[in-house]
Design a binder for this molecule. Structure first.
Ligand code: NAG
Ligand code: NAG
Length: 390
C-alpha cells in the first residue's frame, strides 16, 4: 500500500519542525513525531517491529522500539530488542580486518593479494583473478563475479570449503570492470581474517570490536538461542498477502560465511558503534578502539556504482531533496542528501530490514531495524531522510 496523504503530511511537518529545533529539545520533538509516524507506518505497511537509534556526536538523542517482537505474543519491541542486522555486518567485517591490518606492521594492506596470504591453497577460475585479486577487490565488490548466493544454503559448506569451491565459479564480468554485489567474497574475507588474526572470526570480533565498544548484547545469528524472547522474529509477506514468520533456523545457514551478514545486535549497541564511527574510533569511555585511518579508509569512494534503470533517477537529483549514492567504499555506500555527504548501508535478509546512515559533517548517525516487508527500501528511507535533519 502507498503511504497515505496523512503520513506524507506528517513527514513534512516533522521535517520542518526538526529544521527549527534546537539541540536541547530535539530528542523530545523526535519522540513526539515518531510516536505519530511509526504507528501509522506499522498500520499501513507490512511491518511487525521497528527499532530506531539516533546519535549526535557522543550523545544518543533518540532511541526507542515500536511494534511487536513476535506477532503471536504481546511483547513490545524495545531499545534492547535484538535484530539480525544482515549486511550491516559487512562494515563490522571491514573494520575488524582493517584493525588487524593496521597492527600487522605493514605486512598486509588493503591492496595485498589474496594469493600472497593463502598461498597455493587459493586459486580461482583464471590466472588474473588468482594472482591479482586483493582484499580491496573483495570488499568493494569489483571481482567480476555474479552473486552465486544459493551456495550459501549448502549444508556442508564451511569457510574453508567455500575457499575450495570458489575455483569452480566463473566470473561473468571483467576483473575490476564493474561493481557487482557479492556476499561470498565476504565469506572469503571471514576466512582471511581468521588466518591473519589467528582465531575464529567471532572471537576476533568480540575481542577487537564488541568488547572494547561495550556492545554487550551483540552476537551472531548462529550462536544465539533462537527462541529468546528478546530476539525479534522476522517476517515475510506470504502468497496470501499476510506476514508469516521466517523459520529462525533459516538465518543460521548464512552464518557459514559470517562476515557477509551474521551479526545480531540492538539499538543500544549499534548506537555505540555509530558513536565510534563518528568520533575517530573512540568508545563512549574515550578509549581508542578503531584506528582513525581505518574508519577514513572505509568511507572513501573506491568503486563506482553503475547506474541501473532502477536508480538512474537518483544520480543527478531531480529535486534538491533527492538522495544519491554513487560509490562504494569498504562496506559503505557513499552519496549525498540535500548536499550533505552520507555514508550508508542497508541490510536485508529474509524479513530483517536494517539501515545505517552516517552524516559525518553533522556528527549524525541513524540506525533503524525493521521486521517485515520493505519493498524498494521505502519505509527505511522515509525514516532516515526524515530523521537526519535534526
Ligand atoms: C597481476 O599480477 C601480476 C603478478 O603480480 C602482475 O605482473 C600484473 O601486472 C598484474 N596485472 C594486473 C592487471 O594487475
Ligand atoms: C556497558 O553497557 C551497559 C549497557 O548499555 C551499561 O549499563 C554499562 O554501564 C556500560 N559499561 C561501561 C563500562 O561503560
Amino acid at each position: 500500500m502507498e503511504l497515505g496523504i496523512k503520513t506524507r503530511i506528517i513527514i513534512l511537518m516533522v521535517a520542518s519542525a526538526l529544521i527549527q529545533a534546537s539541540s536541547k529539545d530535539v530528542g523530545q520533538q523526535l519522540e513526539d513525531s515518531l510516536d505519530e509516524l511509526i504507528p501509522t507506518l506499522l498500520a499501513c505497511r507490512k511491518l511487525a517491529g521497528v527499532s530506531i537509534a539516533v546519535v549526535r556526536g557522543m550523545e544518543t538523542i533518540f532511541i526507542k522500539g515500536y511494534g511487536r517482537v513476535d506477532l503471536d505474543e504481546d511483547d513490545a519491541v524495545t531499545k534492547n530488542t535484538l535484530f539480525g542486522i544482515a549486511s550491516l555486518s559487512k562494515a563490522f567485517t571491514a573494520t575488524l580486518l582493517g584493525k588487524l591490518l593496521a597492527t600487522s606492521k605493514q605486512r598486509y594492506t588493503w591492496d595485498t593479494s589474496i594469493r600472497s596470504i593463502l598461498g597455493n591453497d587459493f586459486y580461482l577460475y583464471d590466472r588474473i583473478h588468482t594472482e591479482n585479486i586483493t582484499i580491496k577487490d573483495l570488499l568493494t565488490h569489483r571481482t567480476g563475479y555474479p552473486s552465486y548466493n544459493s551456495i550459501r544454503h549448502q549444508s556442508a559448506l564451511n569457510r574453508y570449503r567455500l575457499v575450495q569451491k570458489m575455483r569452480f565459479l566463473k566470473p561473468t564480468l571483467p576483473f575490476r570492470g564493474q561493481y557487482k554485489y557479492n556476499n561470498l567474497m565476504y565469506g572469503l574475507l571471514t576466512y582471511l581474517t581468521e588466518l591473519i588474526g589467528g582465531d575464529t572470526w567471532e572471537n576476533l570480533m568480540n575481542r577487537h570490536i564488541f568488547e572494547p565498544l561495550n556492545m554487550t548484547s551483540s552476537t551472531f545469528i548462529y550462536q544465539i538461542e533462537l527462541a529468546r524472547k528478546d530476539l525479534a522474529k522476522s517476517y515475510k509477506v506470504d502468497y496470501d498477502g499476510n506476514l508469516r514468520q521466517v523459520s529462525p533456523q533459516y538465518h543460521s545457514y548464512w552464518g557459514k560465511i559470517g562476515g557477509s551478514g551474521s551479526v545480531v545486535s540492538n539499538a543500544v549497541d549499534i548506537s555505540k558503534w555509530l558513536k565510534a564511527l563518528l568520533n575517530k574510533g573512540k568508545a563512549e569511555d574515550g578509549s581508542d578502539v578503531i584506528p582513525e585511518e581505518v574508519i577514513q579508509d572505509c568511507q572513501k569512494p573506491y568503486e563506482s556504482i553503475r547506474v541501473s534503470s532502477w536508480d538512474i533517477a537518483y544520480l543527478r537529483p531531480a529535486a534538491p531533496v533527492s538522495y544519491t549514492h554513487f560509490s562504494y567504499g569498504l562496506a559503505w555506500r557513499i552519496g549525498f542528501y540535500r548536499g550533505w555527504r552520507t555514508i550508508h548501508h542497508t541490510g536485508t535478509s529474509m524479513g530483517y530490514l536494517g539501515q545505517i546512515t552516517l552524516v559525518p559533517d553533522l556528527g549524525l548517525g541513524i540506525f533503524t531495524s525493521l521486521t517485515g516487508d520493505d519493498p524498494g527500501y521505502t519505509s527505511r528511507r522515509h525514516i532516515h531522510y526524515m530523521l537526519w535533519i535534526c
